[in-house]
Design a protein around this ligand. Structure first.
Ligand SMILES: *Cc1c(COP(=O)(O)O)cnc(C)c1O
Length: 359
């Protein structure tokens, strides 16, 4: 059985070492005589699993003590609603619009209060991160919302906005754990797992303590951060297996030198690919240089037929899922933490060959 290089935007590749470890432990978890999937979430084994996962995440992200880590369900998409439901006291929030994921987040927030769009890059199909003018920030906003990495368009913030007293909320679904992050700059960081954390099913929320407990009384219990914080993410049955897998990924990062080492590897992979694209006559990056993501790399030839031929040829070589998002076209290589350097090398090699044969 040969594993392919899977460039899927999500669910995405997991580290092979993690999959093998999970396979080893699948039927009998460390002598428990049962799989993690079959265990009570209240038992001592699972308690050990979730506590180790949280401790490792805290260590690798250097999460300050006044932040809670929650393991929730509903994906990043439920956070689009939970953020305004829990934080909108003044019914007012600032949003930067950088793509489809912020569009969805904005739509949810608009159901609950006033949304001030501080800036947008919609005019150029979200191929850049817009300039932020602090004069447009609302002083009385309940929070300021960004998506730090725009999975579909391949943009990312090189610099974070300075929002002062207003808590910065970030959808970090597609770049959490990819580079060093100063958690203390954020009020809330959330991320669905299926890009850089583990299998789908668990959503990580890192939340500053003072932002918990301000939700209106009538908010349903399960939508309140306080519920999950007080119950250590065990108010109801959590997605136990996804949490276990996420824990194995956190441990994998830790054993490889932490996020600093992962970041170096990611920068190497991304620059290898961007350098090749920039030096090519056939392939182009639609994204402004300073704003390029190191996780999601869209590229195009400008000819839909040529793109299709490239994607088919790549697939034959075991370079899978390179088709761009349906709204953007072209190609997109998602090169999350689990993508080995060799995968990017193989892609670049195929791009070279393809260009030679199609000049
Ligand atoms: C994938 C993704 C989402 C959606 O995540 P779900 O877990 O499917 O809700 C939201 N935001 C970003 C940036 C994403 O990449």
């Amino acid at each position: 059985m040969a594993r392919v290089y899977n460039f899927s935007a999500g669910p995405a590749m997991l580290p092979e070492e993690v999959l093998k470890k999970a396979a080893d432990e699948l039927v009998d978890y460390r002598g428990a005589g049962m799989s993690v999937m079959e265990m009570s979430h209240r038992g001592k084994e699972f308690k050990g699993i979730i506590e180790a996962a949280e401790a490792d995440l805290r260590e690798i992200m250097d999460i300050p003590g006044n932040y809670k880590v929650l393991f929730l369900q509903g994906g990043a998409s439920l956070q689009f609603a939970m953020v305004p439901l829990n934080l909108m006291k003044n019914k007012k929030a600032d949003y930067v619009h950088t793509g489809q994921w912020t569009k969805k987040a904005i739509a949810e927030a608009k159901k609950l209060g006033d949304v001030n769009i501080v800036a947008s890059s919609e005019d150029e199909t979200f191929t850049y991160i817009p300039e932020l003018d602090p004069r447009k920030f609302s002083k009385d906003a309940d929070y300021f919302y960004i998506c730090t990495n725009n999975t579909i368009y391949g943009t990312r913030y090189a610099e974070l906005p300075e929002t002062g007293e207003v808590p910065l909320v970030a959808d970090m679904s597609s770049n959490i754990l990819s580079e060093r992050t100063d958690v203390s700059k954020f009020g809330i960081i959330f991320a669905g797992a299926q890009k850089n954390i583990g299998p789908a099913g668990v959503t990580i929320v890192i939340i500053r303590e003072d932002l918990i407990g301000n939700a209106p009384e009538e908010l349903p219990t399960l939508l309140n951060y306080k519920t999950h914080s007080e119950a250590f993410s065990m108010f109801n049955t959590p997605p136990t297996y996804s949490i276990y897998m996420a824990g194995l990924v956190f441990r994998w990062i830790k054993e490889r030198g932490g996020i600093k080492a992962i970041e170096e590897k990611n920068l190497k992979k991304a620059s290898m690919l961007y350098d090749h694209i920039d030096g090519s006559d056939l392939f182009k990056s639609p994204v402004r240089k300073e704003d390029r993501s190191i996780m999601n790399v869209p590229f195009v030839t400008g000819d839909a037929e040529m793109d299709a031929k490239f994607i088919a040829g790549a697939s034959e070589r075991g370079l899978k899922t390179l088709k761009g998002h349906r709204t953007v076209g072209g190609m997109r290589a998602s090169i999350y933490n689990a993508m080995p350097v060799e995968g990017v090398e193989a892609l670049v090699k195929f791009m070279e060959e393809f260009e030679k044969n199609n000049a």
